[in-house]
Ligand binder design. Sequence first.
Ligand SMILES: [Zn+2]
Length: 172
Amino acid sequence: MMGQIISGHGVTRGRQLARACDLTVLTCMDFRLHARLRHQLEWHLGYGVTYDLLTAPGAGYDLAHDDAPHRTQTRLEDLGTSVEIHQPERIAIIPHTDCGKYPQFGIKDKNELRRILIEDVLKAAHLLSKRFPRLSVIGFLAIVRERHLIELEAINVSSERLLSRKGNAPIF
Ligand SMILES: [Zn+2]
């Protein structure tokens, strides 16, 4: 019936809620990423895709490294809030190829940075798949071109690849 209000514990929580989104995106705070991010996500995931957008220096860095457990915890709590309120089916981790968070670690060249960024997405996905076992985790590497153009390259975050890992991601 139109106008019927269902309240209390009887409320059905699910994707039929108007406020449910398709996914939650965790990407870097870097301003160059954001103008084109929606266009690229629509290219890969479909026109009109809806997502919560969380940003942090280095995207999934805090989930992949345990040098600052309070930051890892903050990322997990922020993601948990998004999952609780907007019930996404997926979480996407999107670092970028020239991220200023990473050169401080003595990385030699672009190829090494690329390898480390992908490795960190896998570590972060490993942690998130334990924390949010009902959600799937996907990853993209954002490649920054001139004039703030970006392209997203899908990262293989298959469950087999996660299971083959030795579990060196921090566990909360
Ligand atoms: Zn960055």
